[in-house]
Design a protein. Structure first.
Length: 259
């Protein structure tokens, strides 16, 4: 989990929302509402500076616009309140990712066995750099070269691989996973989780509108489950939308939280 990236993403998201809400305010009437309830109806007054206009129970469009104005103002107030705290947390947070802490050690202490001795699972740097058994069928379909230098089959896999690489998340592409029943699966990505040293799997599902592809995908998911791999704990998923595009914002947030 990359906490600093999550904080940065949250700050950027809130500032985009702030601009949106300010733009809304520019189109809404100024002032505020007061009112009272009588006989199950609410009767309103519109207060704008020193002017007070009685609206009564009518003019619901004006009432709703003034309600929306107050709502947008409160959202902006919350964003402004958060901004300083998020910036302070971003600047002062220290990562507890084992690889990052290890790299901060003086050279005299850099014994990579420490990662295993401290119970941190796989030595992810050594794992990522090691040779591995990769699926070799239809190599001619691997036409996209990633920033890491891997050849992948689809544009979506190319984007996902580069998102992992940009985040320094260690991964193998199409590494053969031998199963307890003697067979094997080929996850699209095998990923090293930085906080724990665990290996998890990421499957990209790109053609669910195709019946044959969809059935193959469901059979693959069944084999994961039968072997004890838990969805969203051991195996994660990404999907193309109906137009064949990726929601990279959502996928990026998933990577930042899960890996």
């Amino acid at each position: 989990m990359d906490i600093k990236r999550l904080i940065d993403t949250q700050m950027r998201t809130e500032q985009r929302l702030r601009k949106k809400y300010i733009s809304q305010l520019e189109k809404l009437p100024h002032g505020r509402l007061t009112g009272f309830r009588q006989n199950d109806k609410v009767y309103y007054k519109w207060v704008n500076g020193s002017k007070i206009k009685y609206i009564g129970a009518g003019n619901p469009e004006l009432v709703e616009k003034l309600q929306l104005r107050r709502y947008a103002e409160k959202l902006i107030e919350a964003i402004d309140h958060n901004a300083g705290y998020l910036r302070e947390l971003y600047e002062n947070y220290r990562s507890v990712a084992p690889e990052e802490v290890f790299e901060s050690l003086p050279e005299t202490y850099k014994n990579r066995r420490l990662l295993a001795l401290a119970g941190q699972g796989v030595d992810l740097q050594a794992w990522e750099e090691a040779d591995y058994e990769q699926m070799i069928w239809h190599q001619e379909h691997k036409v996209h070269i990633t920033a890491k230098g891997d050849l992948v089959r689809s544009k979506s896999e190319f984007i996902i691989a580069d998102m992992l690489y940009e985040r320094r998340i260690p991964y193998h592409y199409e590494e053969v996973l031998h199963m307890p029943d003697g067979g094997y699966l080929v996850p699209d990505f095998t990923i090293g989780v930085r906080d724990t040293g665990r290996l998890v799997y990421l499957e990209h599902c790109g053609m669910l509108s195709d019946e044959r592809y969809r059935k193959d995908y469901l059979r693959k998911m069944e084999r994961y489950c039968v072997a004890g791999f838990r969805p969203w704990v051991d195996v994660y998923f990404t999907f193309d939308n109906a137009n064949g595009a990726l929601d990279t914002d959502k996928i990026g947030r998933m990577m930042d939280v899960m890996f």
